[in-house]
Design a protein around this ligand. Structure first.
Ligand code: ADP
Ligand code: MG
Length: 697
């Protein structure tokens, strides 16, 4: 239950003064639906209205607050002409300009003969000074109120800055003085304010320096957010770890058989990862390990060997894939190897129904089926294992902490002592690994597999698309398979689809029915059929929207064409390129761009050409785009931070991790005074799902 002290912050924004239903919609789209969302909506700039020159010294283009006498009103002579209010001080004159003016209101606000304090951007127009639509107009008594530093918050069309400003002011007033969750010595050393003070000053920057992400108030808030993130992950991990584990040790028999059946030898990196996993499984604590490596870096074999360890020990193993295609791919890859060792393998997806499904479930429950590959379908309550010892979760960023826990609970007994191995195919920078997985144990598969050649990567302007078509025609004659990826045009899938369909039709005119099309809207069986024809013999060119990003292994595919490559992020391009160069043939990646190429796109392409190390590319992506964008892409599945910017606050993240570790060592159930404050912090950042693991642990 959310602590009472936080109730005001989790009220609807519509409860704020000046926020009617219409404005509420705007604010909700801009910041979020709750009062607390406005707290996190920090200013991005400021307007210094303290600058109060005389009219003669007011520099054009700058915001100033001037004190003037109103000399006269000039009503517009035509509909399009503005209303003018003539004003002056001892040094000069200025016209206040209003389009679509309300004359009555202006006469009331700016009566002739009165003295008024006016703030706005002073402009020079046809030799005279004017202020168009002054931001503020008041009496001399209101001068102090007007001549202040005003924060500039991110806005949205239709929302007036003052409406938003007022709402945020109210929110800060409502913010309770929360118990301090930061370590006192640490906070003193950093010179950071208390939470409420930090919030107030972050929203009221006094100068440009206060807008810096490293300014004390902002750094404090960022740290709070990172601390909540790290603490939540650590609690989940501790809960998984604290449940009794079991020692799973095989005799190596099945593993030796399978290794001997492999058409290659394992790399050092694969062996190292395999040994780390086997050690974890043999320990009497629960494994929670991340296996990280590029697409095609050889994770599947490592996972299979781990699963065989479980089978050798007489238990069961499951591998959970994010999509149907991937589940089938894993099944196809693993089947012959499992068969070589005489191990039965089953598959369960949402598509399996009726008798076949019932038979499979019965075999899992009876323990006669040792390994199962599947999708989310494996998480259903009806899926019961006789003795699940290892769950491999192939995340590709589509699962989260909860799936890890759900499958981890499918072991025998109430505690469900399942070892969990999480695989990710997108190398992410170290800092981001920490935000998504916390302080999890990590095995990394680095380096290229033996026999793999680097992919020849080239950038080509879109007006040379005919040459691209000719080039792929030659490649196809030599037996090559070609991926042709169409860009993300907008957020809308139907628009993306139109672009892909158009390209498909154009290529079909050239290549006939050897061209296939896959996209996200297709039904599973249809998609699989096209993929199968591409992997087999029917299709040579596969036009795709980015669905193949999580796609399948087609060793004969040696050409990757990416249209509008400038619209893809670095990591995305790298991932796409990883679809080719998987066999022993030389491969090519053609990045087709719409000129002129911007600076950022140029940098991305240069990076891709210079390296194929996914980890290096991921770090560069973070540097080029900033964490906001790396994290912000919706399909990334990574946490999105409101206050912390990992490109700047990377050190704070590491500190938050260490802090978390110390706290939980001393106070694992968060019962101390600081521990109780930390619980409030978790609720504040809506990481309260983690709190229930405190009790169930
Ligand atoms: P990932 O799961 O990391 O995307 P895979 O395990 O699917 O990668 O491996 C990609 C391809 O490389 C597969 O065809 C696999 O058989 C092959 N492969 C795996 N390990 C090796 C190795 N040590 N040497 C050569 N080829 C390998
Ligand atoms: Mg694989």
């Amino acid at each position: 239950m959310r602590p009472q002290i936080l109730f005001p912050l989790f009220a609807d924004i519509a409860t704020l003064p000046g926020i009617g239903p219409k404005t509420a919609k705007l604010v909700e789209n801009l910041a979020g639906p709750k009062v607390v969302d406005l707290l996190w909506h920090l200013p991005i700039g400021l307007i210094d209205r303290r600058f109060s020159p005389t009219l003669a010294t007011a520099p054009p283009g700058r915001v100033a607050t001037v004190t003037v006498r109103v000399d006269g009103h000039i009503a517009p002579t035509s509909k399009r002409a503005p209303y003018r209010v003539r004003c002056s001080d001892a040094t000069g004159a200025v016209d206040l300009i209003y389009f679509h003016a309300n004359a009555e209101w202006l006469e009331r606000t700016l009566p002739v003969g009165s003295t008024r304090v006016v703030s706005g951007r002073v402009e020079q127009f046809q030799g005279s000074l004017q202020i168009a639509h002054p931001d503020r107009v008041g009496t001399e008594d209101e001068a102090a109120e007007i001549a202040t530093v005003e924060p500039v918050h991110p806005l949205t069309a239709g929302l007036a800055p003052r409406t938003l400003g007022k709402a945020i002011g109210e929110v800060i007033t409502r913010a309770p003085d929360l118990p301090e969750w930061q370590d006192a010595a640490w906070r003193a050393r950093q010179g950071w304010p208390r939470w409420r003070d930090g919030l107030a000053s972050a929203h009221a920057p006094s100068d440009e320096a206060a807008l810096s992400p490293m300014a004390p108030s902002r750094a404090r808030l960022a740290y709070d957010e990172l601390l909540a993130n790290q603490l939540a992950l650590a609690l989940v991990r501790a809960a998984l770890r604290s449940r009794p584990g079991r020692q799973v040790r095989g005799d190596g028999g099945l593993r030796r058989t399978v290794e001997a059946a492999l058409p290659f030898t394992l790399t050092d990196a694969q062996r190292r990862a395999g040994a780390e996993i086997a050690d974890d499984m043999a320990a009497d604590t629960r494994m929670l390990r991340l296996l990280q490596g590029d697409v095609g870096s050889g994770k599947t074999v490592v996972a299979l060997l781990a699963m065989l360890t479980a089978v050798e020990a007489g238990a069961q193993a499951a591998i959970l894939a994010p999509t149907e295609i991937l589940a089938r791919q894993h099944f196809a890859t693993i089947s012959p190897l499992a068969a070589a060792a005489g191990v039965r393998l089953g598959m369960l997806t949402g598509r399996d129904k009726g008798k076949a499904r019932a038979a499979l479930l019965a075999d899992l429950a009876a323990g006669t089926l040792p390994i199962v590959v599947g999708t989310h379908a494996l998480l259903q309550e009806s899926v019961i294992f006789d003795d699940l010892a290892l769950a491999v979760v192939d995340e590709q960023h589509r699962f989260g902490v909860h799936q890890r826990l759900q499958i981890g609970a499918k072991g025998p007994g109430a505690a469900g002592a399942v070892d969990v191995l999480v695989m990710t195919a997108t190398p992410i920078p170290r800092t981001l690994t920490l935000t998504a997985y916390g302080d999890m144990d990590v095995s990394r598969l680095t380096g290229r597999l033996p026999g793999r050649k680097p992919v020849d990567t080239r950038a080509i302007a879109a007006d040379r698309i005919d040459e691209v078509v000719e080039a792929i025609a030659r490649k196809i004659d030599q037996g090559a398979k070609v991926y042709w990826v169409c860009p993300l045009v907008e957020e809308s899938e139907s628009v993306d689809l139109a672009a892909a369909s158009e390209r498909w039709a154009a290529l079909r005119r050239h290549f006939g029915d050897r061209v296939g099309l896959v996209h996200g809207r297709m039904k599973g069986p249809d998609k699989d059929a096209v993929m199968a024809a591409f992997a087999g013999t029917g299709i040579d060119i596969l036009v795709a929207t980015t669905v193949i990003e999580v796609g399948v292994d087609v060793p004969a595919a040696t050409v990757m064409v990416v249209e509008h490559a400038e619209r893809f992020g670095l990591a995305q391009l790298h991932k796409l390129r990883g679809r080719v160069g998987r066999g022993d043939q030389a491969s090519t990646c053609l990045l087709v761009y719409a000129p002129p190429l911007g600076e950022a796109a140029r940098a991305r392409i240069a990076t891709l050409r210079s390296t194929d190390d996914g980890f290096e590319i991921a770090e560069e992506d973070l540097r080029l785009r900033g964490a906001g964008e790396v994290l912000g892409t919706r399909q990334s599945g990574l946490p999105i931070f409101r206050l912390a910017d990992l490109a700047v606050h990377g050190d704070l993240l590491a500190a938050a991790r260490d802090d978390t570790r110390l706290v939980l060592e001393r106070d694992p159930t968060l019962e101390s005074e600081r521990g109780r404050a930390l619980r409030v912090l978790l609720y504040l950042f809506e990481r309260d799902a983690a709190i229930k693991y405190l009790r169930s642990g």
